[in-house]
Design a protein around this ligand. Structure first.
Ligand SMILES: [Ca+2]
Ligand SMILES: [Ca+2]
Ligand SMILES: [Ca+2]
Ligand SMILES: [Ca+2]
Length: 319
């Protein structure tokens, strides 16, 4: 935590001066964007990943950078934001899943005038993101804790639903591409025994079972070593410590302290675009994102973006 505080004091002034007041940015965006539509004038195709939040109270999406924010209104209180590339054009689409009805609402980035609605799942399900058939389009998938089944509507075969039993009540779905074949793998992490259960898409008959983490941890899978395979990883809120099993060198875990304030939310992602997941937390009480760019780990990035109640959109699920 000390490193965060020191870093913050160093860059706080510049970060604040560079950033317009949060509310000004978002307010102006709300004014210019018609409710229910994307802002038509702003286009953002980042080479790097940037902080992004969803404000459930108003349905507001706000994607950094500050100088050219991407803003949209999509979804409403109670929805679950699931931004991903559903149409396979390389752009992340605005998307929410509504638990009360089981309907996915997609606002394609390239075609904001033609939103997509898709009924898939029911109340109590956990929606997940991933490209399970590897065709470049995110699939509609939910995991049902009550029966442990995964219900997959694959974009390559939408008329042939796939049901796969994997996991039990209390598990946390952690789908990602652990074997690096370009297809998301079905996977859960079980807090009660700290064990990962992965069905690798290349060899689903031979599950990967590995104990890593303790009950109070938060699973934070990502490709921290940049070999295109997702690594098992957990973040320990009590100490702010990240524990990673790098897939390329699993005998040498990566242990990194980063974050740990009581309200920190891990938001690991590849922010600097070098192919490796970066350690990162969002601190709602301050509105700051604290990022260790893997390409320049001695120079943390601290970005003001968001506030209390916002949902950061980088809790890695799938890819
Ligand atoms: Ca797909
Ligand atoms: Ca895979
Ligand atoms: Ca990896
Ligand atoms: Ca990176």
């Amino acid at each position: 935590m000390r490193s965060l505080v020191v870093a913050l004091s160093l860059v706080c002034a510049s970060a604040l001066s560079a950033a317009p007041q949060q509310n000004d940015v978002w307010q102006s965006g709300q004014d210019s964007a018609a409710p229910g539509s994307a802002s038509p004038t702003v286009s953002l195709v980042p080479a790097k990943t940037v902080p992004a939040i969803w404000r459930g109270s108003t349905g507001l999406w706000a994607v950094s950078p500050v100088n050219a924010p991407l803003l949209a209104q999509w979804g409403t209180a109670g929805d679950i934001p699931l931004p991903a590339d559903y149409d396979g054009d390389g752009l992340t689409d605005f998307a929410v899943w509504r638990p009360s009805t089981g309907i996915w609402y997609i606002l394609p980035r390239a075609f904001p005038g033609t939103p997509i609605g898709k009924l898939w799942g029911t109340a109590g399900d956990v929606p997940v993101r991933g490209d399970f058939d590897g065709d470049g389009k995110t699939d509609f998938v939910v995991w049902r804790p009550s029966d442990g089944n995964w219900y997959l509507n694959l974009s390559s075969r939408p008329d042939v639903p796939v049901i796969r039993l994997w996991g039990i009540q209390g598990d946390v779905p952690v789908p990602a591409d652990y074997d690096g074949d370009g297809k998301t793998d079905i996977a859960v992490w079980r807090p009660s025994n700290g064990t990962w259960y992965i069905l690798p898409s290349t060899n689903p008959d031979v599950p990967i079972v590995r104990e890593w983490g303790i009950a109070s941890d938060i699973p934070v899978p990502g490709d921290y070593d940049g070999d295109n395979k997702t690594d098992m990883a957990v973040w320990r809120p009590s100490t702010g410590t990240w524990f990673v099993i790098p897939s390329a060198t699993p005998s040498f875990p990566i242990i990194q302290q980063w974050g740990g304030a009581t309200d920190d939310i891990p938001v690991q992602d590849d922010f600097d675009g070098d192919g490796r997941t970066d350690f990162a937390v969002f601190r709602p009480s301050l509105g700051y994102w604290f990022i260790i760019p893997s390409s320049t780990p001695t120079a943390p990035s601290i970005i003001l973006w968001g506030t209390q109640g916002d949902t950061p959109l980088h809790r890695a699920q799938g890819k």
